[in-house]
Design a protein around this ligand. Structure first.
Ligand code: GLU
Length: 469
């Protein structure tokens, strides 16, 4: 027996931009594929006749690539099981509809929406599950021919086997079991000829050789139906892992108000891909280590048994934590490109690396880098109120002594501050704070030992001298 290639997939419906919730599903699938030396497949589920599909498909592929979640098989990449856009797979679905119809495992249903809605309401009022009654199951071939001849529109329903239990072992939620008698015969092709979402979804997973489906638990109820379809069609079913949805701090599904943003918005704000990946890989999944990891390491250590059942709660503070970590870890080249044009204009090319190493720990978003570039390379620093007060209380003599120390020791902070400690009699905060305030206009910021060489002797002298008299 040949072993199947481990294959996960991300199967978005391109009806909007990727956001934190659905991109996490893409990330989990990507990391699992890496972990098992397998394949990540991308499939665009664009069968619904909605506008804007193409635009959203392009945007989501861009977002995935920006995050480093390149798929191995799918649109723009190719593979043996294409096409990978459901809108181009109509013939395949029709072939499977024919198989089911020929085997009498699906039948045309002529019930109108109106009839179905009344039946649903009546069932609910009587305390019964609102499943399809099976009215058109018993139509004879003549009845069917007659109705078709009259041009009555029909859906195609799958004939659910009676009195059976469908079971499967969900990789996150454990053993699952569904009684077929609770599931009414369901529509697999609408009356306009278009296939139902979960029909194409199942057929494609099997046709494309997917071995593990990781998706939101909102799809759990589709799974027994899809398993019945696999059985009826003689197709190999994948395994399933239904992950808990991402919720806001209030426990309700993540919304704009509770912090959900599109990946595009986050990129524009200045979030780094590594920040999103480190955060999302820990949202509903835990690692043994809590250290920052690149995507390869996140993949090597990703474990399906460490996915949580409880809803994953979005935490803005955690996201910021990983953003800080990402800024600390990415290469100087990446960080420089991430900083804006303003920084590129203010910071001389020869000082680029020193600037980056100086401000890395004090920068979370590109705007912070602009702030420090202005602060360190403009003639005048913008002085905060607190800094001004500190400067005033230190007094002119202190700054005269500082100018003197600078004259003797240049921009080497250690000897300069040692000398100033002696002449001023100050130490600790009382020494460093007024010095920092005068040199940078702030009471907090990057290490002085890195700030001073960037300012250079001339600018440092200028800034100290203005307070020395
Ligand atoms: N197109 C479906 C969605 O975006 C995919 C569901 C699945 O992963 O099976 O929700």
């Amino acid at each position: 027996m040949t072993t199947r290639v481990f294959k996960t997939r991300f199967a978005p419906s391109p009806t909007g931009l990727l956001h934190l919730g659905n991109v996490r599903t893409a990330l989990f699938n990507h990391l699992l594929a890496r972990r098992h030396n397998g394949v990540l497949l991308l499939r665009l589920e664009d069968t619904d006749a909605m506008r804007g599909h193409e635009k959203y498909a392009i945007a989501l592929m861009h977002d995935l690539r920006w995050l480093g979640l390149q798929w191995d098989e799918g649109p723009e990449v190719g593979g043996d099981a294409g096409p990978y856009e459901q809108s181009r797979r109509g013939e395949i679905y029709q072939r499977y509809f024919a198989v089911l119809s020929d085997k009498q495992l699906a039948y045309p249903c002529f019930c109108t929406e109106h009839e179905l809605s009344i039946a649903r309401k009546t069932a609910l009022a009587a305390g019964r599950p609102p499943r399809y009654s099976g009215k058109c199951r018993a139509l004879t071939p003549e009845d069917v021919r007659e109705r078709f001849a009259k041009g009555i529109p029909a859906t195609l329903r799958f004939r659910v086997p009676e009195s059976r239990t469908i079971t499967f072992d969900d990789k996150v939620r454990g053993p699952q079991s569904f009684a077929t008698d609770d599931i009414g015969d369901f529509v697999i092709r609408r009356s306009d000829g278009t296939p139902a979402f979960f029909f194409c979804n199942a057929v494609d997973d099997a046709e494309m050789g997917v071995t593990l489906v990781v998706r939101g638990e909102d799809h759990l109820a589709n799974t027994p139906r899809q398993l019945m379809l696999f059985e009826a069609l003689g197709l190999l079913a994948p395994e399933y892992a239904h992950i808990a949805l991402v919720v806001g701090a209030d426990g309700a599904p993540l919304s704009k108000r509770t912090g959900s943003q599109s990946v595009q918005e986050m990129r524009e704000t200045g979030y780094l891909p590594d920040a999103l990946n480190n955060y999302l890989a820990r949202l509903g999944h835990s690692y043994e280590e809590n250290a920052f990891m690149n995507t390869q390491m996140l993949g090597e250590r990703f474990d399906v048994t460490r996915l949580h059942r409880a809803p994953a709660r979005f935490d803005a503070a955690q996201l910021l934590h990983w953003q800080r970590e990402a800024v600390l870890h990415v290469s100087a080249d990446v960080l420089w490109n991430w900083m804006s044009e303003d920084v590129h204009r203010l910071v001389p090319a020869a000082r680029r690396d020193a600037f980056i190493e100086c401000v890395r720990g004090n920068v979370v978003f590109p705007a912070d880098a602009v702030h420090w570039a202005k602060n360190l390379f403009a003639d005048q620093a913008v002085v905060t109120r607190d800094a001004r007060e500190t400067i005033q209380s230190a007094g002119a003599t202190f700054f005269a002594q500082a100018v003197d120390a600078l004259g003797k020791h240049g921009v080497e902070f250690k000897p300069l501050s040692d000398a100033l400690k002696k002449t001023s009699g100050r130490s600790g905060k009382a020494l460093f704070q007024p010095l920092r305030a005068a040199l940078t206009g702030e009471l907090d910021g990057p290490e002085m030992a890195k700030v001073l060489p960037l300012l250079g002797v001339e600018r440092a002298r200028q800034r100290l001298e203005q307070y020395a008299s």
